[in-house]
Design a protein around this ligand. Structure first.
Ligand SMILES: Nc1ncnc2c1ncn2[C@@H]1O[C@H](COP(=O)(O)OP(=O)(O)OP(=O)(O)O)[C@@H](O)[C@H]1O
Length: 284
């Protein structure tokens, strides 16, 4: 399902002293199956953008379509909600059940699975996000740490196998190893199931490594929409938006300075740099 936004304008608290233009005439096409990172400063409009795409917020003007469904009709929003798995910035607001198992099972009820099938699906998805089924299935979601809860809610979302995943900072509060596990899992799902993934990230390093498109949001607008390979040519613009260089980008600058020669503009991953340097050293 492709996602289309045309001239979308969203204002929080319109006509009040707290009026805030959060989305300022955004037009966007996200083809089905794309892995997109949404980045930008605090308060730039990232969460508002994904809430609008999910149909949780209604724009003041403009059109949004998911697949063939314009979101201005309630029936269409309900239809689209069946295809979207949404992880909130506050996953604690997404759990109502008394145990982790029941939370995940609740989201699968409509599939009419047998008890064994349901238990297997819960088990597989908990293990996939790095939570032991044996240890976590019977625990109250409210007794989990922030990182465990985020992963438990993510497991519930993934278990339903939605066509579109919309995730607000899925790796927030996770340590390095857990982050890697969650992002690798998302990449695997994206490749194997062709799931569309839109996720908000504050980590440029991760966005460059895992996504195939980065939307840089600034003051409610898509200020830059680019492939990771364009990061270096675009750097001066991104820097003005508050982006900070990753260690790899800093190393590239240093190499350029020490070698007194320009480095290829499209390198953005360690393995690309290693391949280039190996070739340069004549040891291909
Ligand atoms: N319900 C609301 N009422 C009024 N203003 C709001 C509301 N929700 C968000 N805003 C404002 O709209 C702007 C965009 O907020 P949004 O949460 O979309 O930003 P964000 O880029 O996701 O920020 P963060 O990185 O902190 O999550 C901010 O200035 C915010 O203060």
């Amino acid at each position: 399902m492709d996602i289309f936004l045309k001239n979308v304008r969203l204002v929080h608290n319109p006509n009040t002293p707290n009026e805030k233009i959060a989305l300022d005439h955004i037009s966007l096409h996200i083809p089905s199956g794309q892995f997109v990172a949404i980045m930008g400063a605090v308060g730039s409009g990232k969460t508002t953008l994904i809430h609008t795409i999910c149909g949780l917020l209604r724009p003041l003007s403009g059109d949004i379509r998911v697949g063939s469904y314009p979101l201005n009709k309630k029936a269409n929003r309900r239809r689209v909600w069946k295809e979207i798995g949404y992880l909130s910035q506050f996953p604690e607001h997404q759990v109502m059940e008394d145990t982790v198992f029941n939370h995940i099972a609740e989201g699968l009820n409509h599939l009419g699975l047998t008890r064994e099938c349901l238990a297997r699906r819960v088990n597989e998805n908990l293990e996939a996000v790095g939570l032991s089924n044996e240890r976590f299935r019977g625990l109250s979601p409210h007794h989990l740490s922030g990182g465990e809860l985020r992963r438990a809610v993510l497991a519930g979302i993934l278990a339903a196998e939605p066509k579109i995943l919309i995730l607000d900072e899925p790796t927030a509060g996770l340590d390095g190893w857990e982050r890697l596990r969650v992002l690798s899992l998302l990449k695997q799902i994206h490749i194997e199931k062709k799931t569309t993934i839109l996720y908000i990230s504050h980590r440029l390093e991760e966005a460059l490594e895992y996504s195939e498109r980065i939307l840089a949001v600034d003051h409610g607008q898509i200020a830059n929409d680019f492939h990771p390979s364009e990061i270096r040519p675009l750097w001066h613009k991104l820097e003005n938006m508050g982006f900070a260089k990753t260690p790899l980008l800093r190393l590239m600058d240093l190499l350029e300075e020490r070698l007194s020669a320009p480095m290829p503009r499209d390198i953005y991953k360690e393995e690309q740099l290693a391949a280039y340097l190996t070739k340069l050293a004549g040891r291909d």
